[in-house]
Design a protein around this ligand. Structure first.
Ligand SMILES: Nc1ncnc2c1ncn2[C@@H]1O[C@H](COP(=O)(O)OP(=O)(O)OP(=O)(O)O)[C@@H](O)[C@H]1O
Length: 239
């Protein structure tokens, strides 16, 4: 399997705070990779570096064979941040048109992509409303739609389903798995939700900026003689 993302010996400090310590990750093309860890563990900092929004103090990151940060990869990486970066005075549709226009999509293509992403996050009936009138969950759904707009090869989603109801959460996960299986997309997801972590091909558990263990959910539970991933986290953290 080719590696879509490689993180080698990456460290990051903010003042005296060692936020990431010698992180190594290899993420296979066409896989769903979960980053799991408590609040403040360093997950967002790590994904921002993979996207190219932050630069490591030490180490190297490659995405699709190219060193990051790299502007020319923008088209191929979709990113959903934890905090919504939306234009509140524009409607949902205008936001999608604006972000879509940043990529080299032809008019018809953009129209088709908007239809697809709106369907994915179930926002059709609210598209003409200003984002300032959206609920928190609706903003999350619009942010998720924007991450998909240019049909990227690598999707990086920072807690994508927070504030989204269980039925839609399930259908989003089904679509993520379809994108992986049928279109070979690589998907990196940060989550606190262990049943979402179970859907990943591989997960890395992060605590205080360090990876404490990695593997498939099945292998991790087996190796740590654990009933669930919470239990794996506790056991791996003790070693
Ligand atoms: N720009 C910054 N300046 C200073 N400290 C920062 C900055 N960004 C993050 N940090 C610190 O880095 C640490 C890791 O934060 P990060 O957001 O990466 O964690 P996280 O695992 O994503 O947490 P959560 O699950 O709550 O989002 C925290 O202690 C945070 O306060």
């Amino acid at each position: 399997m080719q590696h879509a993302v490689s993180v080698k010996n990456v460290s990051k400090r903010y003042r005296k705070n060692n936020v990431l310590r010698q992180v190594d990750l290899m993420i296979g093309e066409g896989s769903v990779y979960g980053l799991i860890g408590p609040s403040g563990a360093g997950k967002t900092t790590l994904v921002k570096m993979v996207v190219g929004m932050e630069v490591p103090d030490q180490g190297e990151i490659h995405v699709l064979g190219q060193s990051m940060p790299n502007l020319s990869l923008m088209q191929r990486i979709g990113y959903m941040a934890q905090s919504d970066a939306l234009y509140f005075e524009l409607t949902g549709r205008e936001n999608l048109q604006f972000f879509g226009s940043l990529y080299q999509l032809k008019t018809q293509q953009l129209k088709e992509r908007i239809k697809y992403v709106v369907d994915l996050v179930n926002l059709e009936k609210d598209l003409s409303k200003k984002v300032s009138t959206y609920s928190g969950g609706m903003k999350r759904r619009l942010s998720l739609a924007i991450a998909f707009i240019q049909n990227p090869d690598v999707l990086i989603l920072d807690e994508p389903t927070v504030g989204i109801d269980p039925a839609l959460r399930l259908s989003i996960w089904n679509e993520l798995l379809r994108l992986k299986n049928e279109e070979g997309k690589t998907i990196i997801v940060t989550t606190h939700v262990m049943d979402e972590a179970e859907k990943c091909d591989c997960i890395a558990m992060i605590r205080e900026g360090a990876i404490i263990t990695t593997g498939s959910p099945y292998a991790l539970k087996k190796n740590y003689s654990a009933n669930n991933l919470d239990d794996v986290f506790l056991k791996a953290g003790r070693m």
